[in-house]
Structure formats: C-alpha cells, structure tokens
Design a binder for this molecule. Structure first.
Ligand code: C2E
Ligand code: MG
Ligand code: MG
Ligand code: MG
Length: 280
C-alpha cells in the first residue's frame, strides 16, 4: 500500500517520527543536567604528521554516558543540544576541559575543538573563548577551532567571528571540507588556516586517479590558498601513503589511533609508537 509522502519523500504522520521526536525531547531534558552529574567526558584523537606518524595535536570529541541508554553518540545528541539551546554551555564545557587537559599534559601539542554553528552565532563567544584561555593558561597558538563548511555559508556574523579568533592567534579549521557546497570563490574569502578533508573522500582513495580526484583537488586548492590540510578518517596504510604522496601533511584516523581517554594520550605523546611500516 502506498504511503503519503511529503515533498522530500518524508512520511507525514509517521508514528515512528513522533516517537523519535519524543525520544529527542527526553534526551534533551536529560542532557540539561548531564555535566553536573558527570556523565560527559572528552576523548582525544591524535592528529599525526603523515611523514613520520608522530602525534602533533589532538581533536577533542565529547562522549555522553547516559544512565539508562549507555553511550550516546555526539552525532545524536549535539543536534538535539543545538535545537534546545544547551549547545553553548555544553560546547564551552568541552572547550574548558580540553584546554585544561592539554595544559596538564605539558607536552608541546595543540588541541582542536569542534564548534557548532549555533555557538558561532553567540555574540559573547569570542569573550568566552578568551576567558577559557586565560583561566586555563593555554596559549592561543595551541588552540584550533573547527567549524563545518556548511555552517559558514551565508553567515556573515559567523565569518566575522572567525576573523576575530584569528586576530587573537587562535587558528580556525573548516571541518568535513568538500561536503558543504560552498563556492570556490567564497572559500578564498574565508578567514581560515586549516582545511580538513572529509573522510568520505579519504575512503575513496584506492590507488586510482578517479579515487584520488577530489582529495587531489582539495589539496591543490589548499596549497594555493596557503592553508594547512588535514585528512580525516584514515583507516589503511594505503590511504596514508597515498595522502602523503599527494602532499597532505597531517592525518587523523583509526589507523593511527581511536579517540582515547586523556590518560592514554599522554602515554602516546611521550612514547610515540612506531609509524605504520609503509610510512617509515
Ligand atoms: P568530526 O568533528 O568530523 O569528528 C571526526 C569523527 O570521525 C569522530 O566521530 C571520530 O571518532 C570519527 N573518526 C575518527 N577517525 C575515524 C576513522 O578512521 N574512521 C571512521 N569511520 N571514523 C573516524 P565522533 O567522535 O562520533 O563525532 C562525530 C561528530 O560529532 C564530530 O565529527 C563532530 O561534528 C561532532 N562532535 C563531537 N564532539 C563535539 C563537540 O565537543 N562539540 C561539537 N559541536 N560537535 C562535536
Ligand atoms: Mg571535527
Ligand atoms: Mg571532521
Ligand atoms: Mg567528519
């Protein structure tokens, strides 16, 4: 039997959609007290120099241990937090944790923290970030803020905010680059330092020119704009080798390390494991 479909093929009055909305609302309420109850933690995934596999930085990735649902993925709860407005407090908590952690490690490493589009619209964001740096003692040069490409399209205030970060010595990265449909002309005017190649393009690397097409194009563009390029989602030595040959300097992915608890990262930073053999 035919179902009633909306203009985008979404089923209207689908009971499972109603369930989902109720579940989201409940998760949103639970999230409100999650920090106070100690349910949130930050994991750190190493960013490595692709020439030698040495960790040079980490990306902070939040985790939520829900009392009854177990681990809830950020892909699930961050969008909920964006909708109910709790993302700003949550995001600042992650930033504070991450900055304090990197200072505590004492290693010469930087931390990359994800910002949600909604945080970027908060007029006090710059002040808040600078206050976290002052409180934790992290030098601005050791902080990178990641924002997805799609979040910046048509957000003039957001772009002004990015420029202000950079004036204070904080670097800015465009996350999941290549998936946001921004025009190339537009990109040349963005105040950013780093492009992170989305992992869907890294997954296509298979030693053929077709597989490398988009990655190669992004690397050329990045080079022409004097930006640093990071490849995310590297899972095989073949991908790592190909990226290195294409001129990508920095990588991140399960091949090198999963997102790790803070204690395990310190071990890695002080005793880096030998790089995968094809890279040595
Ligand atoms: P992202 O910023 O693009 O982070 C990279 C995601 O890819 C992480 O998922 C990471 O665990 C995963 N990943 C890393 N290496 C590999 C790999 O080799 N293969 C595959 N398949 N995946 C890999 P995670 O931790 O589940 O986070 C998902 C997204 O949630 C992040 O994507 C980011 O957009 C968002 N997120 C996470 N933490 C925060 C946060 O503190 N604030 C905000 N606003 N967003 C966050
Ligand atoms: Mg990211
Ligand atoms: Mg990413
Ligand atoms: Mg991604």
């Amino acid at each position: 039997q035919a179902k009633h479909l909306g203009t985008h093929g979404v089923q209207l009055h689908d009971p499972s959609m109603t369930d989902r909305r109720a579940a989201d609302a409940q998760l949103g309420e639970d999230l409100a007290g999650a920090v106070e109850r100690g349910e949130l933690t930050v994991l750190y995934q190493p960013l490595v120099d692709l020439t030698d596999g040495r960790p040079i930085g980490v990306e902070a990735l939040v985790r939520w241990q829900h009392p009854t649902h177990g681990t809830v993925s950020p892909a699930r709860f961050i969008p909920i937090a964006e909708r109910n407005g709790s993302i700003s407090a949550l995001g600042l908590w992650v930033l504070r944790e991450a900055c304090a952690q990197v200072v505590e490690w004492g290693a010469d490493t930087y931390v990359s923290v994800n910002l949600s589009p909604r945080q970027l619209q908060e007029p006090t964001l710059l002040q808040d970030v600078l206050a976290v740096l002052a409180a934790t003692g992290l030098p601005p040069a050791r902080l990178v803020l990641e924002i997805t490409e799609s979040a910046l399209v048509d957000d003039a205030a957001g772009i002004t905010m990015l420029a202000a970060f950079r004036e204070h010595g904080i670097r800015v990265a465009i996350d999941d680059f290549g998936t946001g449909y921004s025009s190339l002309h537009y990109l040349t005017r963005l105040p950013v330092d780093i492009l992170k190649i989305d992992r869907s393009f890294v997954a296509e690397l298979n030693g053929t020119p077709e597989g490398a097409g988009i990655t190669e194009a992004i690397l050329r563009l990045s080079h022409a704009l004097h930006l640093t390029t990071v490849a995310e989602g590297i899972e095989t030595t073949e991908q790592a080798t190909e990226l290195q040959l294409l001129g990508c300097g920095i990588g991140q992915g399960y091949l090198f390390a999963q997102p790790l608890p803070a204690g395990d990262v310190l071990t890695l930073l002080s005793h880096p494991s030998p790089p995968p053999s094809s890279l040595s």
